[in-house]
Design a protein around this ligand. Structure first.
Ligand SMILES: Nc1ncnc2c1ncn2[C@@H]1O[C@H](COP(=O)(O)OP(=O)(O)OP(=O)(O)O)[C@@H](O)[C@H]1O
Ligand SMILES: [Mg+2]
Length: 582
């Protein structure tokens, strides 16, 4: 069993090298691929994890998960990264070295066009990288403007003159984020894609609508990320095997879907396909609102947590490039990554005390993130959860409903929308994830030391961040054009929640009116009817002593699990919300 010290961010501050010094807060705030069919996967013990029966009907792959237990663990929208045979087939020791030395890099985008581009890049006579592997030139003569550098975010963005290497890293992180953030065309393409599929769904089922959740509804997508959607209907009956198959067939006949897979019997039944026009991978699930709730919550986290988007995108790219973001093969999914970064930033002692401005210290924070989850975190004993909207650490033994884990050395993150759900339970390859994070910490700190002692001349054309992440694919502009085109998925998700809260309020008023009629002037406040209490956290309440104590006591908060905050009149499956009214 692997034992670790408990996570203690205050240790991290001391252990961070002089080359990655924090920058004090200037204005401290007042307070705080081509789609492949999934492979049969094995669990940590080598047992067949999901007994998938596979048939093909009318070119649609139908997958039946007869174990019917795992749901999101198996079908979570991450088949976009078929396991790299190069990595999976190497001997374990070598694999570790590859992960730690950043030699396992796989290009960023999963869309077939970008894969093609990547292949072309490999075929190009690329300029031989200088000794540190960095080349800052771009082959502009080639019509497709393919990159001949692994670190394109440094092109025309030279920060080598920065006195503090930590500042240099912070600037590179910002450049990377603006480099991979979506252009007007990309946002429009995603909007149009969803529009086409929604029209088809409305046409096929007149009581149903398509909603978007996941990274497109939170603006946390990388180029080539899939789009997660859910169909919700008035009748609530669209999750049957026959409905899934009928819709898949309809989309195919309309020319709206290729490479279709129907995964009907998982806990979360799903259709996966590629939109032929945009080549974007789409996942459609059915009759579940929790993803829509999570999208709203994550957007609130993003508003309240400076640096969350930046560090999350870097970590996502870091894991994506190592094929460690695929839950199906034991990697860490997007949702878990966001929770880890949110928890790290929200519990950082120097952010809590307003000593530092996270946006000015992204570099050190990234190094510390890798140190925390690569070296110090107590995976054996500690779970991550939220209380009153704030993340806290919780001894695993205090999480009463925690599902059986494959091993005590495993990540446990409580779903903020469902206290019984450990969202990282499928991430059984924690050893490689942890090693990759630890390796990234070593690589980044070594790089900082190396560049700190280098002359300005020696630093030219070098990258700090490029020591741990790379980008290959089509050349992009440094344009974050999210403010120029509306992301319709976000607007629709906001409208969905507005509409939903209006219905909930009206129902509540109606139920109290009835009471008044009957009892005349005897005023009785009735408990609103609850089908099932769901602990979806609302906006943050008081941070109180929970987190402060958690920090001081080595971040073990012996607080009870998230207190359920019930929404009056909420019905889990039938919320009376008519998506067509939106
Ligand atoms: N294990 C899980 N349990 C419950 N809900 C989950 C789980 N995994 C994913 N989800 C839901 O699906 C949504 C999308 O998850 P996913 O892991 O695809 O993240 P993402 O932000 O879309 O990242 P990516 O860009 O890599 O697809 C989450 O926001 C969450 O609502
Ligand atoms: Mg997704």
């Amino acid at each position: 069993m692997e034992k670790n010290n408990l996570a203690n961010p205050s240790n991290l501050i001391q252990s961070t090298s002089n080359t990655t010094k924090f920058k004090k807060a200037k204005n401290p705030k007042k307070s705080r691929k081509s789609r492949k069919a999934p492979k049969r996967s094995q669990d940590a013990l080598g047992n067949d994890k999901n007994h998938i029966e596979r048939t093909t009907m009318d070119d649609i792959v139908v997958l039946d998960d007869v174990s019917d237990t795992e749901g999101y663990d198996d079908y979570d929208g991450h088949y976009d990264n078929p396991q790299s045979s190069e990595i999976s087939n190497v001997a374990p020791q070598l694999k570790v070295n590859l992960l730690a030395s950043n030699e396992d890099f796989i290009a960023l985008s999963n869309s077939s066009s970008d894969e093609e581009a990547t292949d072309k890049v490999k075929a190009q006579p690329t300029k031989k990288p200088i000794s540190d592997g960095v080349s800052s030139s771009v082959d502009t003569t080639h019509t497709a403007k393919l990159l001949t550098t692994d670190y394109p975010w440094i092109i025309n963005h030279d920060h080598s003159k920065q006195k503090e290497i930590a500042d240099w890293l912070t600037m590179e992180i910002r450049d990377f984020v603006s480099y991979i953030s979506p252009s007007k065309e990309e946002i429009k393409e995603r909007n149009d894609t969803i529009g086409r599929i929604r029209d088809a769904v409305n046409h096929f089922w007149n009581d149903a609508n398509l909603h978007v959740f996941g990274s497109y509804a939170t603006d946390l997508y990388l180029p080539g990320s899939d789009i997660d959607c859910v169909i919700i209907s008035e009748k609530g009956d669209k999750d049957s095997r026959s409905s899934l198959y009928a819709l898949a067939n309809f989309l195919k006949k309309r020319g709206l879907a290729t490479d279709i897979e129907v995964i009907a019997k998982a806990r979360v039944p799903i259709i996966k396909f590629i939109d032929p026009r945009s080549k974007i991978h789409i996942d459609v699930s059915f009759e579940r609102i929790n993803g829509l709730e999570a999208a709203k919550l994550i957007r609130e986290w993003l508003n309240d947590t400076p640096g969350l988007r930046e560090i999350t995108l870097i970590v996502k790219q870091f894991l994506h490039a190592r094929r460690l973001n695929n839950v199906h093969t034991g990697g860490l999914g997007g949702f878990s990554i966001i929770c880890l970064v949110f928890s790290f930033l929200q519990m950082h002692p120097r952010i809590i005390s307003n000593e530092i401005d996270p946006m000015e210290n992204l570099g050190v924070l990234l190094v510390e993130f890798f140190e925390l989850y690569g070296k110090n975190f107590g995976y054996d004993d500690i779970a991550i959860t939220t209380a009153n909207g704030y993340p806290i650490y919780l001894p695993k033994s205090d999480w009463k409903g925690l599902q059986q884990l494959r091993s005590s050395f495993s990540l446990a993150i409580q779903d903020p929308g469902d206290a019984t759900n450990n969202i990282s339970r499928g991430s059984f390859n924690l050893r490689d994830i942890k090693k990759a994070f630890a390796g990234a910490f070593d690589l980044l700190t070594n790089r900082c030391f190396e560049l700190d002692t280098a002359s300005f001349k020696e630093r030219i054309g070098k990258s700090v961040l490029g020591n741990v992440i790379k980008y290959r694919g089509k050349q992009r502009d440094f344009k974050d054009e999210r403010s120029l085109v509306i992301n319709k998925a976000i607007i629709e998700n906001e409208n969905y929640h507005k509409k939903r809260s209006t219905i909930v309020r009206e129902e509540f008023i109606e139920s109290t009116d009835d009471t008044n009629d009957e009892k005349d002037d005897i005023y009785i406040v009735e408990e609103p009817p609850l089908k099932k209490q769901k602990p979806m956290l609302k906006k943050k309440e008081s941070r109180g002593v929970v987190k402060i104590n958690a920090q001081r006591d080595n971040i073990i908060a012996a607080t009870p699990l998230t207190t359920p905050i019930a929404i009056p009149g909420e019905q889990e499956n039938n919320d009376d919300y008519n998506p067509l009214d939106c």
